[in-house]
Write a protein that binds this ligand. Structure first.
Ligand code: ADP
Ligand code: MG
Length: 140
């Protein structure tokens, strides 16, 4: 398996409830390393651009509003097979379907307010990391 990097976002529903440390511990316990991290408050335009792929979906407006309501913590996670591993640690999009021990099972409030974002493939990971970080900000 290859060493990969993936983009993670700890969403406003989780930063609001002071869950940042507990969520980062889940990543680290799974062998993912935080190689870049910052807390930012996205504008609606920035959140909309990040989620542009979902523009036509009925939940897009709600998603953009939630993601720009309060601060997020954006991180680059590195590890063997990091993209898939992070998706496993996150759990299913709908917390009702998420496996025991996953972040979304333990912390998500709903399918929309589901505590974390994670890239879903190598191409989107590269694109999403670039959206938030310059090379200088990523220290492996
Ligand atoms: P994931 O975050 O698991 O990759 P998607 O890429 O399908 O899921 O959707 C992006 C985000 O949009 C989800 O994490 C969630 O916050 C929101 N979302 C997805 N489906 C719904 C839905 N049916 N109703 C409300 N919000 C949704
Ligand atoms: Mg997705």
């Amino acid at each position: 398996m290859a060493l990969e990097r993936t983009l993670s976002i700890i969403k406003p529903d989780a930063t609001r409830r002071n869950l940042t440390g507990k969520i980062v511990a889940k990543f680290e316990d799974a062998g993912l390393r935080v190689v870049a991290s910052k807390r930012i408050h996205l504008s609606p335009a920035q959140a909309g651009a990040f989620y542009a792929v979902h523009k036509e979906r009925p939940f897009y407006g709600e998603l953009v509003a939630q993601m720009s309501a309060e601060p997020v913590v954006v991180q680059v996670l590195e590890g063997e097979g990091a993209i898939l591993k992070n998706r496993e640690v996150m759990g299913a999009t709908n917390p009702a379907n998420a496996a025991e021990g996953t972040i979304r099972k333990e912390f998500a409030l709903s399918i929309g307010e589901n505590s974390v974002h994670g890239s879903d493939a190598p191409e989107t990971a590269a694109q999403e990391i670039k959206f938030f970080f310059s090379d200088l900000e990523i220290v492996g």
